[in-house]
Write a protein that binds this ligand. Structure first.
Ligand code: NAD
Ligand code: MG
Ligand code: MG
Length: 339
């Protein structure tokens, strides 16, 4: 595995370029502000005029333009809009307007890897994918650190796509932590697998099932929330800083023994067999196809599932308990009015 750091990148390369950041959401606000603070002077944020991001980007001192306008003059166009709309955006606004020889960049490989976008042959195509939420990409940078990034090149007619990509990654803080070389295929398939089985899908269902089991057995919902949701962060922080043994060092021997006895009963051979089927659906393109079809029907089931989850008592109980811990909100990474 090849890893690059700031010393391997020429950050001046990106400073001399005109960079278009399309979208000002989780990743967009982080990339735009980190690039600006790293000395990139010519940044345009591409947003639709009615977007909620316009006011936020302008409040951060950034220049906002229509995406097509923004793409016209840019040397690097970083696409940070939701994956499901990137195909139309490229075909309607970016592809027809980008300069000959410019670079098209992504923070996730989905559209290119699954052929939802077929980039013009004269442009470079690279990916800088921070391995963390956009709000962390920004907060780590401000603390003087950075979030590790993945880098990959899919098209390189200019011959220097990798140099520009590394320079970009360095300017958003990735070079402080490490920029790992990969491919669009590997990033895309592992990213989808991780978020579906462990990080988002697996974790949410695990927390919900634990919470429901305790509540259905007659325990107080608040107790169930603390044990099965709130404490997840405390445990994950210990794994994050020093691995699983570090976490086990900190918890009681009783907790550690229970981990060995009951953990494999919860995540068992059947779970792993299902994980393999999930991976197969990702690799075959079935997941990407289903998600794009879902978007053709205005996200009917997606929105219904989101609403159902919001109505789950776990969310109401959580809101009540978080209000008892005001320091959580004070240190919040997400402030919907600003980022
Ligand atoms: P987001 O939903 O937080 O923000 C999307 C932004 O794009 C918003 O500002 C929205 O107004 C704007 N937008 C939507 N449609 C647009 C259009 N047609 N033209 C112009 N602007 C438009 O998105 P996000 O979560 O930051 O994801 C962006 C990309 O980054 C995706 O490819 C995603 O896979 C990738 N990524 C995200 C994260 C993360 O932390 N969320 C992590 C790694 C990679
Ligand atoms: Mg992802
Ligand atoms: Mg306990």
């Amino acid at each position: 595995m090849r890893v690059y750091y700031d010393r391997d990148a020429d950050v001046n390369l990106i400073k001399g370029k005109r960079v278009a950041i399309i979208g000002y959401g989780s990743q967009g606000h982080a990339h735009a502000n980190n690039l600006k603070d790293s000395g990139v002077k010519d940044i345009g944020v591409g947003l639709r005029p009615n977007s909620g991001g316009v006011a936020k980007a302008e409040a951060a001192g950034l220049k906002v333009m229509d995406p097509a306008e923004c793409a016209k003059s840019a040397d690097v166009v970083m696409v940070l809009t939701p994956d499901e709309g990137q195909g139309d955006l490229y075909r309607e606004k970016l592809g027809p307007n980008m300069k000959k020889g410019a670079a098209l960049a992504f923070a996730h490989g989905l559209n290119v890897h699954f052929n939802l976008i077929d980039p013009r042959p004269d442009i470079d195509v690279f990916m800088i994918a921070p391995k963390g939420p956009g709000h962390t990409v920004r907060s780590e940078y401000q603390r003087g650190g950075g979030v590790p990034c993945l880098v990959a090149v899919a098209q390189n007619p200019s011959g220097n796509a990798m140099e520009v990509a590394l320079s970009y990654a360095s300017a958003i803080g990735g070079g402080r932590a490490g920029i790992i070389e990969t491919t669009f295929k590997e990033e895309c398939e592992t990213d989808l697998f991780g978020e579906q089985t462990v990080l988002c899908g697996g974790l949410v269902e695990l927390m919900k099932a634990g919470y429901e089991t305790l509540v259905e057995a007659g325990y107080a919902p608040e107790m169930a929330y603390f044990e099965c949701v709130h404490e997840v962060k405390l445990i994950v922080d210990l794994v994050y800083e020093g691995g699983i043994a570090n976490m086990n060092y900190s918890v009681s021997n009783t907790a550690e023994y229970g981990e060995y006895m009951s953990g494999p009963r919860i995540v068992n051979d059947a779970t792993k067999a299902e994980m393999k089927r999930v991976l197969a659906d990702i690799q075959s393109g079935k997941f990407a196809r289903d998600w794009m079809l879902e978007n053709r029907v205005n996200q009917t089931s997606f929105k219904a599932m989101r609403r159902r989850l919001a109505e789950h008592p776990i969310e109401q109980v959580g809101e009540k308990l978080r209000a008892m811990m005001p320091w959580i909100a004070k240190n919040a990474l997400v402030d919907r009015s600003r980022n």
